[in-house]
Design a protein around this ligand. Structure first.
Ligand SMILES: [Zn+2]
Length: 274
């Protein structure tokens, strides 16, 4: 058996690494490339990963495999206030071990694998859409609807409603509800005011446009990270998680599912409770 000078050098390096107690991770950087790519063994650490490299795009199958499995909970619909005025809720007043995933807006980004992910991983989602985005990208939102998602109302122009006239607020809420009903064949019954901004006029206008309840949120999810509004950093029964149609919605959905699962809860549809 003969050694080339480079091979001998590699052997010396390996011994030195072993003596210095280097970790396997560091040694791997010195592994010679396969003969098919380079016939000459090299000691140049070209394969060392750079810490700033972004993660490779992951497949739909990867996301579905990572999504926690769950058994749907038999829903117990909540009682609405008897005064006829729709409530504004941060979380749904339920004792069921469920939390709610909501996705807002619709104009910014619509990752193509999301409808398949929602179908394959059986993720119950409520979409609060702005009607122009729903109009422009109807097939995308219908695909999510076909996968089990529900379309609800988030105004036409995504402006803050607080302090605006009844006529203005009614036009923003009813105008969007009319359009969504036309597009999807079902009038929205839930409403989320943009930014959560609202006043008594918003409640009145929402009621007159057919809303049974208005929603804020308890957690937000962005870039695959769940942000909590309470220090114990745990999803609670009835919590409403907010994310948006943004480029990393796949990661946001997965992060929400994991957080809900870690809290011993199950994702559920708002319309099964309200
Ligand atoms: Zn919004």
């Amino acid at each position: 058996m003969s050694f080339t000078p480079a091979t001998r050098l590699l052997a010396v390096f390996t011994v030195l690494l072993a003596l210095s107690g280097c970790t396997a991770k560091h040694q791997s950087a010195f592994v010679a490339p396969s003969p098919s790519t380079s016939p000459t063994p090299s000691i140049t650490p070209t394969q060392q990963p750079t810490p700033t490299a972004s993660p490779k795009p992951k497949s739909l199958e990867w996301y579905v495999a990572k999504a926690p499995a769950y058994e749907p909970v038999q829903p117990h619909p909540v009682k609405l206030p008897t005064n006829g005025s729709p409530p504004f809720w941060l979380r749904v007043p339920t004792q069921d071990k469920v939390a709610f995933i909501t996705i807002d807006d619709g104009a910014l980004a619509r990752p193509p694998a999301v409808p398949d992910f929602i179908r394959d991983a059986r993720i119950p989602v409520t979409m609060f859409l702005n009607s122009p985005a729903a109009t422009e990208y109807t097939p995308y939102f219908k695909a999510i609807e076909a996968a089990g998602g529900v379309v609800e109302n988030h105004t036409i122009h995504h402006t803050s409603l607080r302090g605006k006239s009844y006529a203005y607020q009614r036009q923003e809420i009813c105008g969007s509800a009319d359009k969504l009903e036309h597009l999807f064949g079902k009038r929205p019954t839930l409403f989320r005011p943009p930014f959560g901004d609202h006043d008594d006029t918003t409640i009145r206008a929402a009621k007159d446009c057919g809303a049974k309840a208005l929603f804020y949120w308890t957690e937000t999810v962005d870039k695959g990270i769940v942000r909590y509004q309470t220090p114990d950093k745990r999803v609670k029964a009835g919590d409403v998680l907010l994310m948006h149609f943004r480029p990393r919605l796949m990661d946001d959905l997965l992060a929400a599912l994991k957080a809900i699962h870690a809290a011993g809860l199950t994702p559920a549809l708002l319309t099964d409770y309200v």
